[in-house]
Structures are given as C-alpha cells and as structure tokens.
Write a protein that binds this ligand. Structure first.
Ligand SMILES: CC(C)(COP(=O)(O)OP(=O)(O)OC[C@H]1O[C@@H](n2cnc3c(N)ncnc32)[C@H](O)[C@@H]1OP(=O)(O)O)[C@@H](O)C(=O)NCCC(=O)NCCS
Length: 350
C-alpha cells in the first residue's frame, strides 16, 4: 500500500514506544523467558532467528497496510528494549492488542503505561473503533494490565485456545473508542462493574390461607411443586420481579406485605449460586384459588398445602425451609441453603 506514514515514536516523557531497530534484536532475544513462551504458546523460548523473523514480518505488515504495528518499549535510563506492544487489525476498525515486558523490568507498570500510549495511537492515527485483548484467566498480571489500561472484561470463551497442548479458556477484554475514560467516575465504575461478581436473584411469594397452608404451583418443567415467582430480571427490583412473575403465571396480583426469608442457594447442577427472597404474600381466604388463572403453559395448577404434607411434593430445599417459614411467619428467616444461619459454616475459623 502506498501512503503509509513512517511508524511513529510515542512517549509519555519516561516511557517510549518506537519502531524496532536491528540492534534491538540482539538485546531482546536474550530477554525472552518461560512466561512469554507459556502465554504466547511459543514452542520454546524464542531464539535470535525467531525474533529476527518476527521483526521482519512486523515491518512488512506495517509497510503493507499497517495491519500489524509492533513497538519496542524503552524506559528512560535503560539501554535497549524493556518489552514490546502490538496492535493487530482483525477486522475493519477492530484491533487485537498484546503486550510483553521482559522479565527484569516487570512490576514497574511498564506494560500498563505502554498500552496507554498504544491505545491513544490506535484510536487516533490508526482510526480504530474497538480494541480487544485475549488473556488466559490464570495470567493474572496480564488481566491486571488489561483492566488498568481501561479494557472491560466482556466474557469468557470456554476452551477458546490451546496453550502448550492444553485446551484452555480465554477471557476477552474490550475497549471502545467512545467508552468513557477510566479516570472519569462513570468510566471507572463501568470498568469495575465488568469484573465484579454478579449474582442471580430469585423472588418467590409465600401466599398463605387462613388455615396456615401455603399456595404451591404444579409446574410443567419439573415434578416438584413450586412457590409462585421466579428469577428477577436485570434492572428490575425483586419485589416487582415477584409480582410480575405472579401476574405472568397466575394472572393475579396481590400486595406484598413483607419479607419472610432471605436464603442463599449454593451452586447446584448447572446453576450458579443465587440469593432468594421469599416475600410474604399475606393470608387469604382459601377461595382465593378461584381468582387464579394458571397460564396452562408453565403453571398447570395451584392448590393449598399444609407444612406437614410437603415432604415428597416439593424440593428438598423447600422441605427444609417452608415449615420454618410457615411455623414462624412473624420473623425474618436468615437462611443458607434452606437452613437457619445460627452457626459459622463448617470449615470457617471461629
Ligand atoms: C503480563 C506482563 C506484560 C505484565 O508486565 P508488567 O510491566 O509487569 O505489568 P505492569 O507492571 O504494568 O502491571 C502488572 C500488574 O499485574 C500485577 N501482577 C503482577 N504479577 C501478578 C500475579 N502473579 N498475580 C496477580 N497480579 C499480578 C501487578 O501488581 C500489576 O497490577 P497493579 O498495577 O494493579 O498493581 C508481563 O508479566 C509479561 O510480559 N508476561 C509474559 C508475557 C505475557 O503474559 N503477555 C501477555 C499475554 S496476554
């Protein structure tokens, strides 16, 4: 391609990104180590000829259409390269970014500062609109570099790469040109939101009749009877979620008069762990049943059940906790997997 400008030199005053020089190869190849081989899936620690071949390909790709731009990282006061960073165009407007700091220079924020300069160059001179980095979840230093450079964690490609003969997951980090900068409040919180845990919330409603029985639904997707309610949607408050589910399932709404229990459910089968809220749907005349209209799809029928007849009809979880709740509806039950939290969990220090 004609009209490709010379590869620039970029600096923040102390750290500089510049094109490779032939003499860099002699210094840099001796700084390769096992970590680089491991995370970049090199066959072994790269030798001089490997690096020389790579530098040749990078120069050609730059001269051709800037599909790959690889910079040497220099640090003020240090002779020769301390690492390198690269941006590789993977589709129009999208670039894959990677980084390496040679072993003697790690832990001095070299990679983070280098990536910051590279990002400005990629969104500016290269006109990129999205940058992406793929990091092995166990490469913690690299994951930190991604986050510290403003890349949000976007997801996990399960078994997305083979490293040293082993199929492994790949964490994907992304940065859009129009993302708020990480040094603004909304930029920082969005960045943290991408890495902090997100838990599922389930909201069920315990509706009782004047005889102390509980309203349970016969559902189409499992044999256990279930409380009305379900999973709370993103950006929905749990009480609204509970009422929405009741409306969808039974065509009926009733006021929630409080919370009877908060339960934490551990990971189970294919489900992740969850927080469950059991709302108090109040005490009603048994003929409430006549006002309910099971959707006939998810909910096949509803009826009242006494605490002492639940065994075998509901899940083991509900066998544990529903009698507690029905037996003492005046208190808030703090539960862990359906059991009252009265003592530290086994294995935890006193
Ligand atoms: C990943 C790598 C580039 C980091 O280089 P670096 O110049 O030391 O990085 P920085 O100093 O900018 O940042 C490293 C961050 O990782 C953290 N870190 C370092 N080792 C860590 C570890 N074992 N566990 C958790 N965090 C670690 C540091 O504390 C720092 O985080 P902080 O800024 O929040 O304190 C370097 O280790 C390397 O070249 N590794 C081999 C090649 C590689 O893995 N490249 C990336 C492939 S995706």
């Amino acid at each position: 391609m004609t009209g490709v400008p010379p590869q620039p030199t970029l600096t923040d005053g102390e750290l500089t990104l510049r094109p490779w020089r032939d003499e860099d190869i002699d210094l840099a190849h001796g700084l390769s180590d096992d970590e680089m081989a491991r995370w970049f899936d090199f066959a072994g620690t790269p030798g001089r000829a490997d690096l020389a071949g790579a530098v040749k390909r990078w120069r050609e790709a730059y001269a051709d259409d800037r599909s790959v731009v690889n910079f040497v990282i220099e640090l003020a006061g240090v002779p020769g390269p301390v690492g390198n960073v690269e941006i590789r165009r993977t589709s129009p407007g999208v670039g894959s970014v990677s980084w390496t700091t040679y072993k003697p220079y790690r832990g001095q924020r070299v990679a983070r500062r280098a990536v910051r300069l590279l990002v400005v160059y990629a969104f500016g001179e290269l006109g990129m609109e999205r940058l992406q980095a793929e990091v092995d979840p166990e490469n913690r230093a690299s994951a930190r570099v991604a986050i510290r450079s403003g890349f949000r964690r976007e997801g996990l490609l399960r078994g997305g790469a083979v490293l040293q003969g082993e199929r492994r997951d790949v964490a994907v980090y992304g940065l859009r040109r129009d993302d708020p900068r990480a040094d603004t409040l909304s930029g920082w919180t969005a960045l943290m939101d991408s890495v902090l845990p997100k838990k599922r919330v389930i909201a069920h409603v315990v509706v009782r009749d004047t005889g102390g029985r509980v309203l349970l639904c016969k559902v189409s997707y499992k044999k256990d009877l279930e409380l009305p309610g379900g999973v709370v949607e993103p950006d929905e408050d749990p009480a609204t979620g509970a009422l929405r589910e009741m409306q969808e399932e039974l065509g009926f709404e009733l006021p929630l008069v409080g919370v009877l229990a908060i339960d934490w459910l551990p990971r189970w089968e294919g489900w992740g762990d969850a927080i469950e809220i059991l709302y108090d749907g109040g005490v009603h005349d048994p003929d409430l049943l006549e006002s309910l209209q099971p959707d006939g799809f998810e909910i096949l029928g509803v009826d009242w059940y006494a605490a002492d007849e639940l065994s075998g009809l509901v899940s083991a979880l509900n066998v544990r906790r529903l009698p507690l709740v029905l037996g003492a509806p005046g208190i808030l039950h703090n539960l862990r997997d359906g059991n009252p939290i009265t003592a530290p969990r086994e294995g935890l220090p006193d």
